[in-house]
Design a protein around this ligand. Sequence first.
Ligand code: 13P
Length: 232
Amino acid sequence: MLIAGNWKMYNGPAETAEFCLGLREQELEGVDVVVCPPFVSLAAAVQLLAGTEIAVAAQNVHWDDEGAFTGEVSAGMLRELGVYGTIVGHSERRQYFGETDETVSKRVHAALEAGLFVIACVGETEQERAAGETEAVLRRQLAVLEPDDNLVLAYEPVWAIGTGHTSTPEHAQEASAFIKSQVEAPVIYGGSVKPGNAAELLAQPDVDGALVGGASLELESFTAICRAAIRS
Ligand code: 13P
C-alpha cells in the first residue's frame, strides 16, 4: 500500500518543517508513505525526513536536463536535492497549465530515466464521465505510458478532486482494474480521500493505495489514512 500526500500549492518551508517533524514521530510501519510538497519546500522535507522510511516527491518535473525553460525543474536537480520521486500529469496541470498526453509522456520517461519514482495521474472529467467516455479517456492517457518498476499510476477522476464527491469503491475498483489491463502497474486512487472513506476504497482488490490532496495537509487526517492502509 502506498499513501502519497499531494500538498499542491500549500505548505511553504516553515509549515513543511513543522509537518515533517510531527510525521517522523508517527508509527507508520507497514505502509509506504510519500509527501509531495511544492518545489520550494522539498529541501526542508528531505532534510527533516532523512533517516526515516518516508519518501519525498515533487509535483512535476521537466523532460530536459537543463535549458531555457523558465519556471521548470529537471529530474537531475530533484535528484541532487535528495528527492525520491515525482507526480506527473496531475489533472490540475492538464487543466490549467496546458499539460498534454505528449508532455506527460516526456516528463514520465525523463523522470524514470533519471532514477526517480513516478506517480503518473490519469482520470476523466465530469463531462467525459457523463458522456460514457471514461474508458476511452483512460485508454488514450495510458497509451503513452509503459510499465516500469518505478511507475505507479494514480486514478484521479477529475469530478472527485476537491469536491467531496468521492468515487464509489466499486467505480474505483472497476477503473483501477481497467487501468491495469492497459498498463501493468500498481494503481492508487485519488479524489476526496478522507479518513472516513479510506478503508473501503483501500479494501478494493485493485486499489493499491491513495493519492491524497486536502486531507494530507493536516497531520492527523493524513496519518489516519496511513493507518487505514496499514489495516487493510
Ligand atoms: P483531494 O483529496 O483534495 O480531492 O485532491 C486529490 C488530488 O488531486 C490528489 O492529487
